[in-house]
Design a protein around this ligand. Structure first.
Ligand SMILES: Nc1ncnc2c1ncn2[C@@H]1O[C@H](COP(=O)(O)OP(=O)(O)OP(=O)(O)O)[C@@H](O)[C@H]1O
Ligand SMILES: [Mg+2]
Length: 238
């Protein structure tokens, strides 16, 4: 089950609970967010995760990206359990294997688009000339080649998100995790972002796990998984 061929990720009986302090009783309470969720994500697949606000979508993406540890269960990445990674290996996983795209872009405001995009490459000690070339190439593909000297506050929402996608792809990760990437965009820019994101994902053979509330956005993916009460309610190929 968890070692089926062609799976990039295999999520096996995942549980996640948070400890919160009840403001009335002042006691610690455990709130279960994900309850025994199992899911395989095939290589090069674009999977959309949907479900009501608070059902655990962001929590799931953070666990897949190694930003948060599960309470129980195992995540296999190419058959290796993430929980078995040492600190250094986990850091490398987050930096090289995974590219994150967020609803609020998370660009660094005091840096130009060029610098935002080149940063992940320089953190990996890549050759500067080559890094600059990569940035130019990626920016052209994302149709922001003429925005490289701009600062994030001089860009439209769609341009910011395209810069953020470029940054996420800079280190050539196998897995793109996108949390409501079109959540702050109007319909037209949302469509453009999805066309570019899924176009690059297919062309560059990436695996995409994307969260959205929007059925039309989900239509850009190959498969939709609906989460309810911390479990999978529906799972269908488009
Ligand atoms: N750090 C935390 N500590 C305590 N509870 C948390 C924490 N993070 C999230 N939660 C709770 O876990 C539940 C799931 O949160 P999560 O952010 O994963 O939901 P979501 O499905 O992404 O929702 P939305 O669609 O609104 O973004 C929520 O009830 C939230 O309050
Ligand atoms: Mg969320």
């Amino acid at each position: 089950m968890n070692d089926e061929r062609g799976n990039l990720l295999s999520i096996h009986r995942l549980k996640k609970s948070y400890l919160i302090e009840n403001s009335r009783t002042m006691k610690q309470e455990r709130v279960e967010v994900i309850r025994k969720l199992s899911l395989d994500v095939r290589e090069k697949e674009a999977v959309c995760i949907m479900g009501r606000s608070g059902c655990g979508k962001t929590t799931l993406l953070k666990i897949l990206g190694g930003l948060l540890a599960p309470t129980e269960g195992v995540i296999y990445y190419r058959k290796e359990a993430l929980s078995g990674y040492t600190g250094k290996r986990m850091e490398a996983y987050r930096r090289r294997q995974v590219g994150f795209v967020f609803q609020d872009y998370k660009l660094l405001d005091h840096m130009s688009v060029r610098d935002n995009m080149i940063l992940p490459l320089l953190l990996e000690h890549r050759n500067v000339e080559e890094a600059l070339r990569r940035v130019e190439e990626m920016a052209a593909r994302l149709q922001i080649g003429n925005r490289l000297e701009y600062y994030p506050n001089e860009l439209s929402g769609g341009e910011k998100q395209r810069a953020a996608i470029g940054r996420a792809l800079m280190n050539d990760p196998e897995l793109i995790l996108a949390d409501e990437p079109t959540g702050n965009l109007d319909e037209a820019s949302g469509r453009m972002v999805m066309e570019l994101l899924t176009g690059l994902q297919k062309e560059l053979h990436k695996t995409l796990v994307l969260v959205t509330h929007d059925k039309e956005i989900a239509g850009y993916c190959d498969r939709t998984v609906v989460i309810r009460d911390g479990r999978i309610e529906k799972d269908r190929l488009h």
